[in-house]
Design a protein around this ligand. Structure first.
Ligand SMILES: NC(=O)c1ccc[n+]([C@@H]2O[C@H](COP(=O)([O-])OP(=O)(O)OC[C@H]3O[C@@H](n4cnc5c(N)ncnc54)[C@H](O)[C@@H]3O)[C@@H](O)[C@H]2O)c1
Length: 256
């Protein structure tokens, strides 16, 4: 398959979960990918398993909360592959604390990675996309940006606020850079079985069982590839007239 033939992508949070599934799928679809994460060893292992030659997929250590790291990764991507067509802002962390329990350090850490990390990423790639005549940015938010109740309890206040910021910035960037043919779309995953969730709930079966009254579509929890398939649509030319769109991939969670 070659839905991304000729395209160059940067994916953040690519050492595991949705970022890794997206990197694999993009490589299968013909893209050259710069996979980034803070977990250096795991990243190199996973990237090596996708492309041991380093010709099409490379791994770079990037902390998304650092504007300096962003400038370096964009420079290195352009040096290695000549351009940046696609940015997937996927990296994120979850620290679940309620309104009365959230301390300044928790708030600042989550906002720095989940919200500011998306801003610095867009800021770093947009000039090179403008110079190339366009591009596609896909920001991973969460249904925590859309819902209260059980979702807000599970994610905590800072997480939900950070994902609300991703929603707002995605629409803002879509409006501002449509003139440059830069499309910006966002995705709202419901529960998806990744290392982030495994840490909280145990096995896939345990997670599915605990979600069966909340998430109506069996198996009641998604897999990383379910999100990667949505990212692929926004990254590819199939969505060439789509910007500012918000795609919920949640097994029906939000129908409650
Ligand atoms: N899993 C879910 O149910 C779910 C639901 C809604 C939204 N999301 C969002 O989807 C995205 C991917 O989540 P996942 O479930 O695959 O999580 P994950 O924890 O499995 O993977 C996230 C990756 O981001 C990396 N990362 C963390 N901090 C970073 C930083 N400062 N700079 C660069 N990389 C960093 C981690 O090392 C990790 O490899 C996140 O933004 C998350 O908030 C997940």
């Amino acid at each position: 398959m070659s839905r991304l033939s000729g395209k160059v992508a940067i994916v953040t949070g690519a050492a595991g979960g949705m970022g890794l599934a997206t990197t694999r799928l993009f490589a299968e679809e013909g893209a050259r990918v710069v996979a980034t994460d803070v977990q250096a060893e795991l990243l190199q292992k996973e990237v090596g398993a996708i492309d041991s030659t380093g010709e099409k997929v490379i791994g770079l250590v990037v902390d998304v909360s650092s504007p300096e790291d962003w400038q370096k990764v964009v420079d290195q991507t352009v040096k290695k592959f000549g351009r940046v067509d696609i940015l997937v802002n996927n990296a994120g962390i979850l620290i679940s604390k309620g309104i009365l329990e959230t301390d300044p350090a928790t708030w600042e850490k989550i906002i720095a990675i989940n919200a500011a990390g998306v801003l610095w990423g867009m800021q770093a790639v947009i000039p090179t996309m403008q110079a190339n005549g366009g591009g596609s940015i896909v920001n991973i938010a969460s249904i925590a940006a859309l819902a209260s109740g059980s979702v807000a309890d599970a994610g905590g206040v800072a997480y939900g606020a950070s994902k609300g910021a991703v929603r707002s910035m995605s629409r803002h960037a879509a409006q501002s850079f449509a003139k440059d043919k830069i499309r910006v779309n966002s995705i709202y995953p419901g529960p998806v079985y990744t290392p982030m969730v495994a840490k909280m709930v145990g096995t896939f079966e345990m997670a599915a069982e605990s979600l069966k009254d909340l998430c109506p579509l069996p198996p009641h929890i998604g897999e990383a590839i379910d999100i990667a398939n949505g990212v692929l649509y926004f990254a590819s030319e199939e969505s060439r007239f789509v910007t500012g769109a918000e795609l919920v991939i949640d097994g029906g969670f939000m129908t409650q």
